[in-house]
Design a protein around this ligand. Structure first.
Ligand SMILES: [Zn+2]
Length: 209
């Protein structure tokens, strides 16, 4: 009732184009989502068994990620999780694996007040019935952002150091909103594989083409 009254007073907006829309993503933007073939990709030398990502990081997909990350549109996590589940094959979510959000830096966490990857993992957990575990911790040394670092710097761990703070699951599915170079996912996989984990895959909402 209250929601309906509020919607009459302040019509909801599409988070991608900011036009009035009945839903969080208007039909026009929904039709422009940059879907890509959701095949599991495997780069040379990667530690990931599979990496699933059904959208390119552009157009409305990029706007949704930015709204979630920078404008506290936390309700979008449910929409994005639903899109992931609807577009990826069931084998992307192995039944005996745990979902592990790629951890945000403590500075980002304080700035935003929430961890966007964790929100996405929690929403996915409800849909695919897999547990969310949080064994990864960013160490203090990684307070600086990875933005602006080149791929080699990212891969060397210059901008990001991780520790495994508790027992890691045998099978892990890393969850994040965007895969840019894949370096963060590789570092997360490396940290997990040094512990009990024997298989790591990843699901990201979108990827930089
Ligand atoms: Zn729109």
């Amino acid at each position: 009732m209250l929601r309906t009254a509020l919607d009459l007073l302040v019509p909801p907006l599409c988070w991608a184009c900011r036009e009035a829309a009945a839903d969080r993503l208007c039909e026009h933007c929904r039709s422009r989502l940059p879907w890509i073939e959701p095949l599991a990709t495997r780069r040379r030398g990667t530690l990931l068994q599979q990496h699933w990502s059904p959208l390119a990081f552009e157009g409305p997909a990029r706007e949704l990620v930015h709204a979630l990350k920078f404008h506290c549109a936390t309700a979008l996590a449910g929409l994005m999780a639903r899109q992931l589940v609807d577009s990826l094959p069931p084998r992307a979510f192995a039944p005996d694996a745990a979902l592990i959000p790629v951890p945000a830096s403590s500075i980002r966490l304080r700035q935003r007040g929430f961890d966007h990857a964790e929100l996405l993992a929690v929403e996915l957990s409800r849909l695919v019935m897999l547990p969310v575990e949080r064994p990864l911790r960013r160490q203090l040394a990684i307070a600086r952002s990875q933005r602006g670092l080149g791929r080699s710097d990212r891969l060397s761990g210059l901008g990001l150091r991780l520790s495994v703070a508790r027992k890691a699951p045998l099978k892990a599915i890393l969850i994040d909103d965007v895969c840019t170079t894949g370096a963060t996912l590789e570092l997360c996989a490396s940290a997990l594989l040094e512990r009990e984990t024997c298989r790591v895959s990843a699901v990201t909402y979108c990827s930089v083409p």
